[in-house]
Ligand binder design. Structure first.
Ligand code: ZN
Length: 186
């Protein structure tokens, strides 16, 4: 588990957990491997500004198995992280912390979502109450991790995903992060 903190203390008591690829930026079947491949959703950047205005601290929780698959160098990994932090700040938002799992599924680590370990680690660091905190991702593994941590879960609809698949996840599904934030953090 890789833990990056912008600050060890949050400004307020409200938090939101966000997956990265597919939520902040377009996902890719061959993994988002470097900053040039990070195509940010404009609505997501708007949503991050709205979150800062509402004094809700943002914590990113992301599986990045491309690292241990040998597809993403550490330089590119941190280049994506730094680039994300910079883009969000440019849009008027802020990332408080980011937790990443670099492992492949076959490594059977403790941190990879659907494990709730990264969420629970962030909860310990900041004294977050899971039951009062949303997690927004784009896969059922995000929903599963959120539920196991005791968080509220919502999902972003993936490109081309059917209404049936959305309904099957059993949680609110939104077309983008801005819709999600305006609805759940209203
Ligand atoms: Zn891991």
């Amino acid at each position: 588990m890789i833990v990056w903190l912008d600050s060890p203390e949050a400004q307020g008591r409200n938090f939101i957990f966000l997956d990265r690829d597919g939520v902040f930026n377009e996902n890719r079947p061959d993994y988002v491997k470097n900053f040039q491949e990070m195509k940010f959703h404009p609505e997501a950047l708007d949503a991050l500004r709205v979150l800062k205005e509402k004094n809700i601290s943002v914590i990113v929780v992301s599986n990045q198995s491309g690292v241990n698959r040998g597809l993403i160098s550490w330089d590119d990994f941190w280049g994506m992280h730094d680039g994300m932090v910079r883009e969000v700040e440019k849009a008027g938002g802020r990332i408080l912390a980011a937790l990443y799992c670099p492992h492949r599924p076959d490594e059977n680590c403790e941190c990879r979502k659907p494990s709730p370990a990264m969420i629970l680690a962030a909860c310990r660091i900041y004294g977050i109450i899971p039951a009062a905190t949303w997690f927004v991702g784009d896969y059922d593994s995000d929903v599963e991790a959120a539920k196991q941590a005791g968080c509220l879960a919502a999902r972003i609809r993936r490109p081309g995903e059917s209404d049936e698949d959305c309904a099957r996840s059993g949680v609110p599904v939104f077309s983008n992060l801005l819709d999600a934030v305006l609805s759940i953090c209203g």
